[in-house]
Design a protein around this ligand. Sequence first.
Ligand code: MLT
Length: 389
Amino acid sequence: MQTARRIQAIPPYLFAEIDRKIAQARAAGVDVISFGIGDPDRPTPIPVVETLQQAAADPANHRYPSYEGLPAFRQAVADWYARRFGVQLDPDKEIVSLIGSKEGIAHIALCYVNPGDVTLVPDPGYPVYALGTLFAGGSPYYLPLLPARGFLPDLSAIPSDVARRARILYLNYPNNPTGAVVSPDFFAEVVEFARSYDLLVCHDAAYTEVSFDGYRPPSFLQTPDAKEVGIEFHSLSKTYNMTGWRLGWACGNPEAIEALGRLKTNIDSGVFQAIQYAGITALRLPDRFIEEMRAVYQRRRDLLVAGLRSLGAPIEPPKATIYVWVPVPEGESSTSFATKLLERAGVVVTPGVGYGAAGEGYIRFSLSIPDDRLRTGLARLQQAGVRWK
Ligand code: MLT
C-alpha cells in the first residue's frame, strides 16, 4: 500500500533518529553519555506524583475528560500567568489544555494555513514548526537566526510578498536550540509586524522558567496588544520535570484558542483528568521547586561551559534554557563532528543541522544529564583528544 505524499516527504523525528543511533551504540557495548534530547533527568516533584496517585484512583477521572481542559486546570494556568507575568487570561476563552505543547504546535497550522500559504519559521528551530506547516499543505519560509543578531530573526528582511502570504510567525524565546534570549524591544516589533500582515504569532514559551544569573524571561503576552495577534504555547515538561506526562496549554488570542480547541475536539479527547489535577499541583508549587531546578541547571551550565572552554570551544554561557549551542571546529560539519564525538568518546550531542540549515556549523549540548555523567562526558572528550583549537 502506498503511503500519502505528505508522509513520504517527512523524515523520522530528529530525536527518533538519535535514539536509534544511541541504541545501536549501546548494543555494540558503548557506555553512551547522552547530551542529546532536552529531557529533564530529575524526578517530577513528589506532591505532583502524589496528586496523580490519588486522582488516578478516583473513578470520576476514568471517563472522558473535558475537551478544552478542566476548568480548575485552566484556572490554575490563569493564576500562574497572573503571578509569574502579570498577564490576565480568561480561563474560559483564552486557555486550552494540550497533550504536551508539541501537540498544539503541530496542530495550529491546520487552523490557519491553507494549501499554498506560507509560515515564517525560525532556522534553526524546533522541527515541529515546519512539520505542522507541511502537514497543513503550507510552505515554511525560514528566518535565519544568526549570532550577529543575537539569534533573533530580521523581520525587515522578509520580502513583502512572502510576508503577505504568511499566516503564522513562529517564535521561541528563550530559544531552543541556541539558548538565546529575547531583546527588550523585539516582541513589540513582532506585534507591529503581525498587525501589518494580519498573521498569527505562535510563541513557544517552553523555557521561560529555566533561566540563570537572576534573568527572568518575559512572556510574549506581556507585550502591549500581543493578545490581539498571538498565542503562547507552554508546557509543564521542562519547568516541572514532566516530559513524560504530556501536559501543556495554549493561551492568548481567544479566536485562535477557540479554533485550536475546535480542531482538537475532532482529533483527540483531551488530557486524562488525573494528569490535569497533577498539573494543578505543579502550577501551585512554592517557588523553591523552580529555584532548585534553576540552580541545578546553572551549576551544570557552568561545569559544561568551563569544560568545553578548556578544550578551546569559543562559547558564552547562555542566560536561559537547558541547551548550550557550540560552534564546531573548522573543517567539521555539525554531523561529522557529532559522529566523531560518538565514535571517539561515546558522547551524544545533537547536530545543529537537525534544527535547520542555519544550524549547520553548530552542535547542541543538553544539560538534562546528571552532574557525574556530565563530568565523565567532558573527561572522555579530553581523553579522546577532542579540541576546538
Ligand atoms: C529538544 O531536545 O529539542 C526537545 O526537548 C525535544 C522535544 O521536545 O521533542
